[in-house]
Design a protein around this ligand. Structure first.
Ligand SMILES: [Zn+2]
Length: 483
């Protein structure tokens, strides 16, 4: 049964050779997903799905803490709903799958399989909201959505994916905008402090905003190939959907007024992001807070001490487990420790715990960090605290490493030629001035393959002139090639 210890590493294409290949190798080998028979759809296998469950659990807690409640709305949306908001239908129509018949009969009205639920929430909010006393309405839903994508990539872009969508209604613009920014901040804090991914917060340019929104805000993360992933968005929808769905309320002056709405979401793209931000040539590196297994115990030593070592390992396992640490133990006798070390490194387990006969005698064991490879001999009597400290340290190191990588791949240019050169040769995020015209933005995209990611709230550099036309810049924009 013992396999060559090097086998794992050589089976994963090195990142520097072909990053896309590396990504597919890793997610397949770590058993996170499988392809489904339907093109563009994937199966989330238990280890992949559990990462989502941890993301979901913590975000759900944060949503509830800020006054939101969960509900569930139907997956089928009547075609007529989409026609009510012009920009919305134009934005989503090309990606919609339709149900045209059921139980052998043609439907009177086609039903879209939801790509997002602003219209369905709009329809219901029109019925539920009458007076300012009904406001704000703060509802979130955890659901699957479908967008028929031409080019797909597991977790990052699939035809069906899992997400949450918050939909809120407020008395006025000020309150709705406050909600929009509050949720963006929840996303930023979660992604940085839970997934250890540094992000850049900012506002989308008009051509990149959500179809039907007044303003869209995003958090943008840099993958290890320099590409960007939009990791979360929060939209101020103004009265666009309220007008389309006639969501009026009686205000404090006894007058009818439209509500102001917001929507915000993150999806299973976060799984793809954390893999691409943290992974290395040995495989996955999972952030401790969402890793299905945070610690893996591996008993070592010769056969004659095996029973005693395994017995002690079981006790340590029970102790860590009862402290709420997600711990596993691999005590298989027919698999060599070296093979196991590679296996759990490849699976991204943040901390490995080794224990052998001599450690037993000394009352110690060895903790090994996945991110740094650091080995630390710790007292068994203080194990829970030592493990918790190392998990926290791993998280911090992952965040700092990702941030350092981003800083090393962060550029600033003044002209389109410089941008072209930057995109061709360096790969990364590039700041540049922009006049505000869509034509200039399109030209950047055409000639460099980079899109405007957002207008950062706190850009590292300020630019006075548009990189394309040279006119006065109205904004400093973050450009990158993106997933
Ligand atoms: Zn321009």
């Amino acid at each position: 049964m013992a396999k060559d210890e090097k086998q794992f590493v050589t089976e994963i294409t090195p990142q520097g050779e072909d990053f896309s290949r590396w990504y597919i190798d890793v997610i397949k080998k770590a058993d996170l997903m499988d392809y489904s028979p339907v093109r563009g759809c994937i199966v989330f296998k238990p280890d992949g799905y559990e990462i989502w469950e941890h993301i979901q659990h913590e975000l759900d807690r944060r949503f509830k803490e800020t006054g939101h409640r969960n509900a569930y709305f139907p997956i089928f949306i009547p075609e007529s709903f989409f026609q009510k908001e012009k920009e919305h239908v134009e934005g989503f129509n090309p990606e919609l799958p339709w149900v045209t018949e059921a139980a052998g009969e043609k439907l009177e009205e086609r039903l879209a399989v939801r790509p997002t639920s602003e219209t369905m929430f709009g329809h219901m909010y029109q019925k539920w909201i009458q007076s300012y006393r009904d406001l704000p309405v703060l509802i979130n839903q955890w659901a699957n959505v479908v967008r028929w994508e031409k080019r797909t990539l597991p977790f990052l872009r699939t035809s069906e994916f899992l997400w949450q969508e918050g939909h809120t209604a407020h008395e006025n613009e000020e309150q709705a905008r406050e909600e929009t920014m509050k949720m963006l901040e929840i996303y930023r804090d979660f992604v940085e402090n839970y997934l250890a991914i540094p992000v850049i917060t900012g506002q989308k340019t008009p051509s990149e905003k959500f179809a039907g929104a007044v303003d869209t805000f995003s958090i943008e993360a840099m993958m290890k190939d320099g590409r960007a992933v939009q990791a979360g968005t929060s939209h101020y929808l103004g009265t666009n959907f309220a007008t389309a769905f006639d969501i009026k309320y009686l205000n404090r002056d006894n007058e009818q007024e439209f509500v102001h709405t917001t929507s915000w979401g993150v999806s299973t793209r976060l799984i793809g992001s954390l893999i691409m931000v943290h992974g290395d040539d040995r495989g996955l590196v999972l952030p401790p807070k969402v890793a299905p297994k945070q610690v893996m115990i591996i008993p070592i030593g010769p056969p004659k001490t095996r029973d005693a070592v395994v017995g002690r390992s079981d006790e340590l396992f029970a102790e860590l487990k009862s402290a709420g640490i997600r711990v596993g133990i691999d005590d298989r006798a027919d698999v060599r420790p070296g093979w196991k070390f590679n296996e759990y490194e490849m699976r991204g387990v943040p901390v490995r715990l080794e224990i052998g006969p001599r450690d037993m005698e000394n009352g110690v064991c060895v903790l090994v960090s996945r991110i740094s490879g650091e080995k630390k001999v710790v007292e068994q009597s203080n194990l829970v605290a030592e493990v918790q400290a190392m998990l926290e340290q791993v998280h911090q190191e992952m965040f700092e490493k990702a941030k350092a990588f981003r800083e090393d791949h962060f550029y600033s240019v003044n002209t389109l030629d410089e941008m072209k050169e930057s995109m061709e040769e360096k790969r990364g995020f590039t700041l540049a001035g922009w006049c505000g015209s869509e034509a200039c933005e399109d030209q950047v995209k055409e000639e460099t393959g980079a899109t405007s990611r957002n207008i950062p709230f706190e850009p590292a550099t300020q630019h006075e002139h548009c990189l394309v036309c040279g006119e006065k810049a109205s904004h400093t924009v973050l450009f990158a090639r993106a997933y």
